[in-house]
Write a protein that binds this ligand. Structure first.
Ligand code: SDX
Length: 431
């Protein structure tokens, strides 16, 4: 954080307060209000944190106006095009692209951690078959703290690193097991001869009865989906992980909290909600009806997969995802998929509608990811678990960064209290 020597002057009841201004590598300056309450006896007010920097970070930078997303300085379109998920994981975790030897060592480490403790298999059987896989993931990931005691001491950097590796390595296994359990098929163990994305597809779609060969185009698209969802600054679920971690909670509990937050349809649940919306629309001639509903202030309906808190022109991840969608659907011979036709026509009509231009609404990362995942054969209930799998490296990297900050303290926002002033209790027979 560069000290600019610049200050902001706040005047309240004739009294002026000088607030330091800090400048970032890129993005807006920040006004440091840490001493404001002590000096002026006032809080700031920012529900939803639309104008609040909750931390400083070196991991990801987003420019909402330019539609720019950088991971440790590297643009997302270059990473999605030229790198692969585990290399991006290394970049997010350690800050720089790995050498060939570092990458090989990291990939081997992750590969050797993909199995989960055999006794954890019982957790899945405690859920109803029709449980949402996100419920299973929240439960099983939280339960990891009961099995991996040797990586729960957050004061030990080596244990923090082992916990990071275990979470990145085991999340695909847990997600695949949640899927297999929901369809009544046997669990498929991870295979060390497959890369990260191919291993996940194999664990989801292989059956003991026959050989399952992963199509390289599908595993490449899967890997790209993982990369495009890896991290995204201080979004709701990452902020949840940081807040949970600030109390000293163990890493598995913190990531389980992040999974729970991601589940919401306004956040990671949007890809499932988007596909369900496209299916409800059903045909291009019904699109105007839904666009009218999205514009109707009296109708709570929103176009799922559209809009973003930060991006106000386009989501750079959606641009890359759209290319992948075309490749996958072309490979699967479903380029005339009715859902995709509705999606493409909806995008065209929405983007040409003044309302969406004025509100700066456009397809976000979730708009196309759901189409690819459905084409691959995933049920919509697996879309958010795949988002959670992908985002684990982002949560873990931000968790590690926060724990490495000597200035870290427990997060404890204040409030604008609008309830009753103090009043005396009255016994029930006097009310
Ligand atoms: C993710 O933060 C992240 O980085 C998240 C994420 C990540 O990688 O972690 O990028 C992943 O969560 C992507 C977003 C997925 N969510 C959706 O697709 C759900 C649909 N989108 C909306 O719920 C909404 O756009 C949000 C929640 C994403 C963003 O909302 P904002 O920026 O807080 O804006 P808002 O809710 O205050 O809406 C502003 C206006 C409102 O109209 P007015 O009250 O000003 O008249 O835009 C309208 C809203 O009604 N609006 C929409 C809309 N989104 C906003 N109208 C119709 N359809 C929509 N999708």
């Amino acid at each position: 954080m560069a000290d600019t020597q610049k200050t902001a002057t706040l005047t309240i009841d004739g009294q002026s307060y000088e607030l330091p201004i800090h400048s970032p590598t890129c993005g807006p300056d920040v006004i440091d209000i840490r001493k404001l309450y002590g000096q002026a006896g006032v809080f700031t007010y920012d529900p939803g944190f639309t104008s609040t920097a909750a931390c400083d970070s070196t991991i990801t930078y987003i420019d909402g106006d330019k539609g720019e997303l950088l991971h440790r300085g590297y643009p997302i379109d270059q990473l999605a095009g030229d790198s692969h998920y585990l290399e991006v994981c290394y970049l997010l975790l350690y800050g720089n692209l790995p050498s060939k030897a570092e990458l090989e060592k990291f990939e081997k480490t992750i590969t050797m951690h993909t199995m989960i403790h055999e006794q954890m298999h019982g957790f899945f059987r405690g859920f109803r078959r029709d449980a949402h896989p996100m419920a299973t993931m929240v439960g099983v990931v939280g339960a990891m703290s009961a099995f991996y005691h040797d990586s729960t001491d957050i004061t030990d950097p080596r244990q923090r690193e082992i916990a990071s590796h275990r979470l990145i390595a085991k999340m695909p296994t847990i997600a695949a097991m949640a899927y297999k359990y929901s369809i009544g098929q046997p669990f498929v163990y991870p295979r060390n001869d497959l890369d990260y994305a191919a291993n996940f597809l194999h664990m989801c779609f292989a059956v003991p009865a026959e050989e399952y060969n992963v199509d390289p185009i599908l595993s490449r698209a899967m890997d790209r989906i993982f990369t495009l969802h890896a991290d995204h600054e201080q979004n709701a679920s990452t902020s949840t992980v940081r807040l949970a971690s600030s109390s000293g909670a163990n890493p598995f509990a913190c990531i389980a909290a992040g999974i729970a937050c991601l589940w919401g349809p306004a956040h990671g649940g949007a890809n499932q909600a988007c596909l369900e919306m496209l299916k409800e629309i059903g045909s291009v001639d019904r699109i105007p009806e839904f666009i009218a509903r999205a514009k109707d202030k009296n109708d709570p309906f929103r176009l799922m997969g559209f809009g973003h808190r930060v991006y106000k022109n386009f989501d750079p991840r959606a641009t890359v995802m759209k290319q992948s969608a075309d490749e996958v659907l072309d490979l699967l011979g479903v380029e005339d998929n009715p859902i995709l036709q509705v999606a493409k026509e909806l995008e065209k009509q929405a983007l040409s509608d003044p309302y969406f231009a004025e509100k700066k609404l456009f397809p976000n990362v979730d708009f196309y990811s759901g189409i690819i995942l459905e084409a691959m054969g995933f049920p919509t209930s697996m879309f958010t678990p795949i988002f959670a799998l992908s985002r684990t490296v982002g949560w873990v990297s931000q968790w590690k960064e926060q724990l490495g900050d000597p200035g870290m303290k427990i997060g404890r926002p204040r409030q604008l209290y609008k309830g009753e002033a103090a009043r005396d209790y009255t016994p029930v027979d006097e009310r």
